[in-house]
Design a protein around this ligand. Structure first.
Ligand code: UDP
Length: 415
């Protein structure tokens, strides 16, 4: 596995650590359970951590020297990819390792995987996680992806031996816009851990998290313009200020962004401070509860504690948060974009609304919060839909892609 710009074991919910990290970690874990040994390569971002860390029997995390040993913006990483690839090759060749597949995540790792192919004879499996031209289609000017990324993604579509797309739309886009060969694109969505994410007592969850009584809406995710947090705040302002509520007003529980807690109190990172200021300007200070990024073990409590989970993204390749919430039997109100269109069935497991439309989002949230029958029906529909995404099923599909490539590779097939 190659994940250059972010370690799969990084703290989630910061700017660059989210669904892809979870995906690499979970897929690797399930591959190991099936008897496949997995080495995960990532760029070293500190001086002290060991070069090789055994994670479990059969899984290692290998931190590669490429560029300065501290965090740098991912847009500056491209020039270090040759160094990254030759370091991986050096280790693999000196240890006498034979890889049956190189599975790269995100365009930067895709390029590193392509360069690695100069040294190692193994097929390249690529998962983009997001595509620049899809992101740009909904991005404001200052957040547009670079021309370099656009061009590299176009090249990688030809260079990869197989591409795993997270949803059927992404597959179509790659064929239509990037000229990809349909035979090389396999649509396999990410999975969800159905043991960890399952329905549980909501009152007990609220109590454990210290959450108030009354209607609760949850947001979980990275603080990134693509997540539509601005739309959610605008929708919440309408929800809280434009309507009379019988009983307590709704509150938004916000999970994401880093909050540092020490002896002197708690400090929000710059992104969260900006959001808190925005909430204040909208008159929402009493209605948005900032909880900061949460470890995975605590997320089922959050999903179970709330009435509805909002996923207001402008674009979402898959949207793990939606499926995790659904697995807990929590209805979703989400934008009708990307993978969310396929995972959420409108009016069955959640409600779909146009992206960037605060009025539509507010109306849908209000419907779910006030219509008890609708909510009960969607709680059942949500869990039922989520069981289609068990990691067992998804891992079998990914293994199928590796096996298909290995059979076609004379070196591996004869080994
Ligand atoms: N996540 C987490 N803690 C947080 C925030 C997010 O564990 O504080 C996880 C979340 O449960 C999900 C992933 O990060 O598994 C986010 O994935 P998603 O596909 O929703 O968004 P992405 O980060 O890929 O844009």
């Amino acid at each position: 596995m190659i994940s250059v710009h972010t370690s799969p074991f990084a703290m989630l919910g910061g700017r660059d650590a989210g669904g892809m990290n979870v995906y690499v970690r979970e897929l690797s874990r399930h591959l190991v359970e099936r008897g496949v040994a997995v080495d995960i390569y990532t760029r070293r971002t500190d001086r002290l951590s060991p070069h090789i860390t055994p994670i479990t029997d059969g899984m290692r995390l290998i931190q590669v020297e490429a560029g300065p040993p501290h965090p740098i913006d991912k847009d500056s990483l491209f020039c270090y990819l040759p160094e990254f690839a030759s370091d991986v090759a050096y280790l693999a060749i000196s240890e006498g390792l034979r890889y049956d597949a190189i599975h790269a995540h995100y365009w930067l790792s895709g390029w590193a995987g392509h360069l690695l192919g100069r040294y190692i004879d193994a097929p390249l499996v690529l998962m983009f996680h997001t595509l620049a031209h899809l992101k740009n289609a909904v991005a404001q000017d200052e957040h547009r992806e670079t021309t370099l990324r656009l061009q590299v993604e176009r090249r990688l579509v030809d260079l990869a031996d197989a591409i795993i797309s997270a949803n059927p739309d992404e597959r179509e886009e790659m064929i239509r816009r990037l000229g990809a060969d349909p035979a090389r694109i396999h649509t396999v969505p990410p999975g969800v851990d159905l043991e960890r994410f399952r329905p549980a007592d909501g009152h007990a969850a609220r109590h454990r998290l210290g959450l108030p009584e009354g209607p609760l809406v949850l947001f979980v995710g990275r603080i990134d313009p693509v997540k539509g947090i601005d739309t959610l705040f605008d929708a919440f302002r309408r929800l809280v200020h434009d309507h009379e509520w019988d009983g307590p007003a709704p509150r938004l529980v916000f999970v994401g962004g880093l909050i540092q807690i020490d002896d002197h109190g708690s400090t929000m990172d710059a992104d969260l401070q900006r959001l808190a200021a925005r909430a204040e300007a909208l008159g929402l200070s009493d209605y948005v509860l900032f909880h900061g990024a949460q470890p995975r073990e605590r997320l089922p409590l959050y999903y179970n504690a709330v009435d509805v989970c909002a996923v207001p993204s402008r674009y979402e390749s898959f949207g793990l948060v939606a499926v995790e919430a659904m697995a807990c039997g929590t209805p979703i109100v989400a934008s009708r974009v990307g993978g969310l269109r396929f995972t959420i069935e409108d009016d069955v497991s959640g409600l779909l609304v146009p992206h960037s439309d605060p009025a539509a989002l507010a109306a849908a949230l209000r419907r779910v919060l006030t219509d008890h029958d609708l909510r009960s029906r969607m709680q059942v529909g949500a869990r039922q839909a989520a069981v289609n995404y068990s990691w067992q099923t998804i891992t079998s599909a990914v293994l199928g892609v590796y096996e298909h490539l290995a059979a076609a590779n004379p070196v591996i097939a004869s080994a």
